[in-house]
Write a protein that binds this ligand. Structure first.
Ligand SMILES: Nc1ncnc2c1ncn2[C@@H]1O[C@H](COP(=O)(O)OP(=O)(O)OP(=O)(O)O)[C@@H](O)[C@H]1O
Ligand SMILES: Cc1cn([C@H]2C[C@H](O)[C@@H](COP(=O)(O)O)O2)c(=O)[nH]c1=O
Length: 318
């Protein structure tokens, strides 16, 4: 695998993972480093379907509950613990194959909102399945892919739960004992792998938690070259540089601005889109001026304009 960097964020429900993933993503992008936000379950189209099932049970599929043999199951029946474990593993297999590995191979920094430690904490710690079996299952599903760093946002679940503003899902409604076991399981995992985990007291403010993550992130990405050249205000305007194709540039600029806004939104609201829309960007970057190689002159003006405009857009859209 190339020099991609895989980072996961873990913790009980409401600990602040999504908030910190977004902070990290914004920070890395501001530094010109390419990061990709994703999550489990639900980082792919298949994963989104699995997510519905594991978070809401058959209630999410009323037609199946009715037609699938109501004498055996109905929408109120819960999933068997092993079924649940296999569904999370299936989500992981799809996610790693379709999103995480390709991104790492492109050299991206992948920020993953939950990963295999959640299976170890919830399915083994919470549901009492064997840690060893769940670990082997997860490693099989992911073909042995482990994060380089895992930020464990630690909080008492009774406290973090009060932060949630949505109806509790299957796991969130599994009871206080279950949540306490999950928390303890996370802490034990962290103790076992101190080099990979950084445990953070998640009852601190968002800014305090972020400060700890940022300090660590800085060390992890030290020496990484920004993917995007920084636009210096002294540089000629892109339009001036390509006078003869000004009209084309304007079109590209609009397209680029719109495209970037879309990317940002996708990261926040539509997890599968975030994976898909990247291909276009990656293509324009790869075919851009990164290495200043012999193909430079053949780079379409539009690509060059997009390349140069991106950092400026980043600043404007924050
Ligand atoms: N350190 C913090 N202090 C206070 N509130 C916080 C903190 N971190 C996050 N929040 C708030 O708590 C709520 C839940 O945060 P977030 O969605 O980031 O948690 P999460 O761990 O991703 O939750 P889930 O496990 O349900 O996905 C949000 O409203 C967020 O703004
Ligand atoms: C990856 C993974 C997740 N879970 C649980 C943990 C949460 O309760 C939900 C996911 O909801 P979130 O809003 O995205 O945090 O699923 C699990 O039990 N096992 C896993 O492997």
């Amino acid at each position: 695998m190339s020099d991609g960097l895989f980072i996961s964020f873990e913790g009980v429900d409401g600990a602040g993972k999504t908030t910190q993933v977004q902070q990290a993503h914004n920070y890395l992008q501001e530094r010109g480093l390419r990061s990709r936000v994703t999550r489990e379950p639900g980082g792919t189209p298949v994963g989104l379907t699995i997510r519905e099932l594991v978070l809401h049970g058959l209630a999410a599929f009323p037609s199946v509950a009715v037609t699938g043999g109501t004498d055996v199951v109905d929408a109120s029946d819960d999933l068997a613990p092993r079924t649940e474990a296999l569904l999370y593993a299936a989500d992981r297999a799809e996610h790693v194959a379709q999103v995480v590995r390709p991104a790492l191979e492109r050299g991206d920094i992948v920020l993953c909102d939950r990963y295999l430690d959640s299976s170890l904490a919830y399915q083994a710690g919470g549901r009492d399945l064997s840690v060893d079996v769940i670990r082997r299952l997860s490693l099989w599903a992911s073909q042995d892919l482990l994060p380089k760093r895992t930020y464990l946002l630690d909080a008492d679940p009774s406290q973090s739960k009060s932060r949630l503003d949505h109806e509790p899902d299957r796991l969130e409604s599994a009871g206080d004992d279950f949540q306490q076991h999950v928390r303890q399981a996370f802490l034990q995992l962290a103790q076992r792998e101190p080099d990979r985990f950084l445990v953070i007291d998640a009852t601190q403010s968002i800014e305090q938690v972020w400060q700890i993550i940022q300090d660590d992130l800085d060390k992890l990405v030290e020496g990484r070259e920004p993917d995007l050249p920084q636009v210096d205000d002294d540089l000629p305007d892109v339009d001036d540089e390509n006078d003869d194709t000004g009209a084309q540039d304007d079109a590209d600029k609009d397209e680029s601005a719109a495209g970037y806004e879309d990317d940002e939104q996708a990261t926040e609201t539509d997890w599968t889109e975030s994976a898909d829309t990247s291909d276009q960007d990656d293509q324009s970057m790869e075919s851009g001026t990164a290495g200043g190689d012999a193909d430079d002159d053949s780079v379409p003006v539009g690509s060059r304009a997009r390349w140069l405009l991106r950092p400026r857009l980043l600043r404007k859209t924050r």
